[in-house]
Ligand binder design. Structure first.
Ligand SMILES: C[S@@+](CC[C@H](N)C(=O)[O-])C[C@H]1O[C@@H](n2cnc3c(N)ncnc32)[C@H](O)[C@@H]1O
Length: 729
């Protein structure tokens, strides 16, 4: 394999070795007491699986280990069972050339991205895929080739057990593999872990245990255990009888942890031909402004710059919608509270507008570099936002409990925080939106979407379109009641108690038991997402049920940078800093345009942005200089970053200087995934980090203040208001 110069050898080989209890478990499962087997370990490293096999017994027919690295292969030879054949070669070559077939394949294949394959290896991998009747794409990781290749080497009733990344269950590039496994194997068991078992690589893994038995059954089971310790007590016999039929029509394998009865109910819903949202409406992403902070403004900014001619009603944040219907009055309330309720829809001639305020606002934008943004710079006029369309309804892209869906009576525009829903002609709009508020649609929203770190559920437009919707025109009758309950802040369960009866029981004929089950499925899936804690319902003193569906404190895990990169190939957030009454100074004669606020101006910023998110991060002594003289422009996180930080809401940054504390406020212009040494000759593109492009704003405190860093003593994810509250002035 071609090794890219200077990159970490271990990473390039995808070499993170398996903890012994996992290797033991897979081996015990695979052999079930039978030593009369031909066994293959396709990427044996220093031989942990071979050692497990050796301990289970003697007298195997043939044990073969393959390992690319000569040194590792030599180590493996020493601990392999007697008579084992450890080959120092490329598995791709072995797979294509060998005539031998195996009863059992076990291992932990390398996790290597496509670009690290050399040309020869790409060709071999393509041949393996071709042999299996599959197609390889640029996203296909090495582990997929190893799994497919191994399956080709199995005997008729063979078994294979692997440790692989949990993305098998949901990513698009593994969809083909899921379908392949589902149709080629008769029993599939997935074992996942609540805690990370490969701490050092922040990789969530699952055990994939597949078995052929020559029947027509295609069954699957998903078991979740806490950690490797718990695995020791799991009896492999339990995996003999998976009970759930694989659903060949669904894309993901993320919810086979549900009970069989529960899966059957979902299957029944699908078979009942209950329509999806896409039958009634087209869903599109909201308006891409290129800089939400610049183009969406509160009324005070409209007035100050006399932007009335260009200001249009808009709704952009989850907190601004707490009803089923977003009315003109709701919008006015947002205007009155000086929320960002206006979208600036400039026309090409705005730059020559006779109104001085308009011109000043556009000039400010240029000084802040808004015109140089990724999206704005490709426009004919950077300030003219394309695709300005009003939609009938709005669907929030990222949500906590369940995705909010509202009728847009206010005729408000929305940015890309919400999807635009254009309802087809002839569909009763109120009935359409009301029909969504039921337990089954909430379940399908969970199934369609994905966990966007920190427990937040994210759905893209096509996924919204896939939500099952028990639409009936009669549902329009309960629209006002749902709206009223949402405004009265009734809990989601109280609202569902009302709507499920009308929409699902009366309207669709589901039994009471089925409706209760739908609710419990929703709780189960949502809860797993929200930190995998048990959902509790508390009875308060008045005997009233209280919704306790909010996560208490989601478990902090390490963020999977690869996953974030896949979701956000460009950037996670692009913020722009608008603080109208601050003098823009050119610090130190260079052309930086952002303000360096004096005390008074700082107070103004802080007052205005109390609710904005601020990440406090530890800075080690070697990096102090650039923070002491405020020249820091970029902050790289370490290899580990907590999964609970709301990345999409990052706005401010405060360095915590080790031994000193916090004092200075920076603004996060861009948060994205990058590599630690990007642009340098010794860059390792696999060494992913979060990268914050930052700009100094001013001192929040006169002196450095002590602060208790909450997550791993390295980070605190908080708001400006909370920092002010907690730090003694
Ligand atoms: C994730 S490690 C696992 C090692 C071992 N199976 C274990 O579980 O501890 C992957 C191993 O695959 C090896 N490897 C990488 N590319 C390979 C290839 N093309 N053929 C065979 N082995 C390869 C690496 O050197 C590394 O030892």
């Amino acid at each position: 394999m071609q090794l890219i110069k200077d990159a970490s050898q271990q990473k390039l080989r995808g070499a993170y070795y398996t903890p012994r209890p996992i290797a033991d478990f897979i081996t015990r499962w695979g052999m079930s007491g039978n030593t009369q087997m031909d066994i293959l370990e396709p990427s044996c490293g220093d031989g942990v699986f071979l050692e497990s096999i050796a301990q289970i017994g003697k007298g195997f027919r043939h044990v073969v280990g393959v390992e690319y690295e000569a040194g590792e292969a030599a180590k493996a030879r020493k601990i392999a069972p007697q008579g084992a054949d450890v080959k120092n070669m490329d598995f791709h070559r072995f797979c294509l050339d060998t005539e031998e077939r195996f009863n059992l394949v076990v291992g932990n294949p390398p996790f290597i991205r496509y670009q690290y394959y050399d040309e020869e290896q790409q060709k071999l991998a393509d041949l393996i895929f071709k042999k299996a009747g599959l197609k390889r794409t640029k996203l296909t990781n090495a582990w997929v080739t190893f799994v497919v290749g191994s399956s080709l080497l199995l005997k008729e009733n063979g078994k294979m057990g692997f440790v692989i990344p949990s993305e098998l269950l949901m990513v698009k590039y593994a969809k083909q593999l899921r379908q392949y496994l589902a149709s080629h194997f008769n029993k599939i068991n997935i074992i996942s872990f609540e805690n990370l078992v490969f701490e050092e690589i922040q990789q969530e893994v699952v055990l994939l245990l597949c078995e052929k038995n020559g029947t027509d059954d295609h069954l699957i089971e998903h078991i979740e255990v806490r950690d490797t310790e718990k695995l020791k007590t799991l009896n492999p016999q339990r995996l003999k009888f998976p009970t759930k039929h694989i659903d060949f029509h669904t894309d993901k394998w993320t919810y086979y942890f549900l009970d069989k009865e529960e899966l059957d109910l979902l299957e029944k819903v699908k078979e009942s031909q209950m329509p999806t949202i896409a039958r009634f409406a087209d869903v599109e992403v909201g308006i891409t402004t290129g800089s939400n902070d610049y183009f969406t403004v509160p009324q005070s900014v409209v007035n100050m710059y006399q932007l009335q001619k260009y200001a249009r009603p808009m709704v952009g944040r989850s907190v601004q919608v707490n009803s089923l219907c977003f009315t003109p009055q709701d919008w006015r309330k947002n205007v009155e509270s000086d929320a960002k309720a206006n979208l600036l829809v400039f026309t090409p001639d705005a730059s020559t507008d006779p109104n001085e305020g308009v011109r000043a606002y556009l000039e400010n934008g240029e000084r802040q570099g808004i015109d140089k943004g990724y999206k704005t710079s490709i426009r004919d006029h950077w300030y003219v936002i394309p695709s300005i369309k009003l939609s009938d309804a709005l669907f929030l892209r990222r949500n906590n409990l369940y995705p909010k869906f509202v009728l847009n009576e206010a005729k408000a525009y929305t940015t890309d925080t919400m999807h635009r829903v254009f309802i087809h002609e002839g569909v009763n709009k109120k009935a359409f939106v009301a029909s969504y508020y039921n337990s089954l649609s909430f379940v399908f929203a969970e199934i369609q979407g994905r966990n966007f770190g920190g427990g937040c559920l994210e759905l893209m437009p096509s996924e919204v379109g896939g939500i099952r919707l028990p639409y009936r025109e009669e549902n329009a009758a309960i629209f006002d009641k749902i709206d009223e309950m949402l405004r009265a802040k009734k809990s989601s369960d109280e609202i569902l108690d009302y709507t499920d009866g009308f929409i699902l029981r009366q309207g669709y004929g589901f039994s009471e038991k089925e409706v209760a089950m739908a609710r419990s499925i929703w709780h189960k899936i949502m809860n797993r997402r929200l930190g995998r804690e048990t959902l509790e319902k508390k009875i308060d003193l008045n005997g009233k049920k209280e919704d306790m569906t909010k996560p208490k404190s989601p478990r902090v895990k390490q963020l999977d940078f690869f996953e974030i990169l896949r979701q956000y190939p460009d950037s996670i957030v692009e913020n722009s800093f608008v603080c109208e009454d601050i003098r823009y100074r050119d610090s130190k004669g260079n052309s930086d345009f952002l303000p360096q606020a004096n005390k008074e101006e700082m107070e103004h910023i802080l007052q205005k942005d109390m609710g904005k998110n601020c990440l406090i991060s530890l800075v080690k002594k070697d990096n102090f200089d650039q923070y002491l003289d405020h020249t820091a422009k970029i902050y790289y996180t370490g290899k580990k970053f907590p999964s609970t930080v709301a990345l999409n809401q990052l706005y401010y940054f405060m360095p915590y200087l080790k031994g000193k504390g916090i004092r200075d406020l920076y603004f996060i212009k861009v948060a994205r995934v990058g590599s630690r040494k990007e642009g340098q000759s010794d860059n390792d593109p696999n060494d992913l980090r979060l990268v914050f492009e930052i700009e100094y704003i001013g001192q929040m405190f006169e002196e450095y203040k002590a602060f208790d860093l909450k997550i791993w003593r390295t980070f605190t994810d908080t708001t400006i208001g909370k920092i002010r509250e907690n730090v003694q002035l």
